[in-house]
Design a protein around this ligand. Sequence first.
Ligand SMILES: Cc1cc2nc3c(=O)[nH]c(=O)nc-3n(C[C@H](O)[C@H](O)[C@H](O)COP(=O)(O)O)c2cc1C
Length: 365
Amino acid sequence: MTPDISATFTGLKFTNPFLLSSAPPTESDSNIMRAFEAGWGGVVTKTIGLHPVTNVAGPKTKFLRSTLDGQLSMQKRPDTVLHSSWNWELISDKTLDWWVPKIEGIKQAFPDRMLIASIMAGSGSDKELAHWQELARACQDAGADAFELNLSCPHMDRKDMGSHLGKDQQQVSIVTHVVKEVARIPVWSKLTPSTTEIAEEAGAAFRGGADAIVSSNTFPSVPLIDPETLDFEMNVDGLVSSGGLGGPAILPQSLAKMAQLTQAFPDKPFSGIGGISNFGHALNYMLLGCGTVQVCTAAMLDRAIGPNVIKHLIEGMQQFMEKRGYQSLEDFRGLRRDNVVAHSKIRRPDGKDYRGGYDAEGYAS
Ligand SMILES: Cc1cc2nc3c(=O)[nH]c(=O)nc-3n(C[C@H](O)[C@H](O)[C@H](O)COP(=O)(O)O)c2cc1C
């Protein structure tokens, strides 16, 4: 029997658990429809807001690559492998009025595919909280299947928005609750990884009524300084500000955040993001308990929407399930969640076998 790779997540049925995350691959209706044609189970739109958005004068995203001998740079060089993406792109620079007919058109063309609207506003006043509701009403009336609340954009100056908001548990609860008040569709809260105990913010989101938690957004970071020019590799007039790191470099860090989350709330739905480019990476998140996973950087580098990435994710899942005799994703979801334990629970060698220092590990040789 062919394994069933569909996923039911927050009550929504996905043809497969692989989604494009909120980012350039989902910045337009043409991209999103190409993504559905390529086979993605769902997409999260680029974040939609009400404030006018103007991006920096210059590139918004670059890719950091490593040579075999460990030279990291954003400059194009032969024989390199991808280390990470770095971006300081803001949310969508298209207005809500632009997005509403696009959402309608996508849902008319692909009624059975899941379209999640990512939305973002502030939290400092009743007016800002009303913005969340205005965005939510418009997107759900246009046909969106769920919301993802962007509580995690890492490069906002405003203290009541993005990752600043996402670090404030009370505001996370309030914003989630305010959207829930008007939502007829599931609400996912996308949290920031730049916090110590992410399960605390997740708890706040659940108290506000969140149906699922999404993690991770990009990690705060700055580009490297070129030792020749002494300029940041990405800058405008010599200046840079904190941006977001994505791609392979953040996979283990994002997994650590996810392990904290799924252990704290084993019965709640989680969508995992960060550094996924192949099936093995996606499987890590699912073994920790995620019901869906999302991809950005790898898709950006594969014809903008990742046709080859999704093909290999689906094939990898089918082969994995066939080989192990799994019938549904629930047969293995969360299988390794409880293997992440406190350090003191890890076995130590018997006294006589114990050798301090690193000699035994052979780094020097
Ligand atoms: C250029 C760029 C723009 C992004 N824009 C958004 C956004 O508008 N909203 C959002 O929630 N996340 C945004 N993200 C974060 C991604 O959705 C994702 O969480 C992050 O890149 C980690 O996934 P990855 O390692 O697969 O890239 C953006 C990422 C990149 C690289």
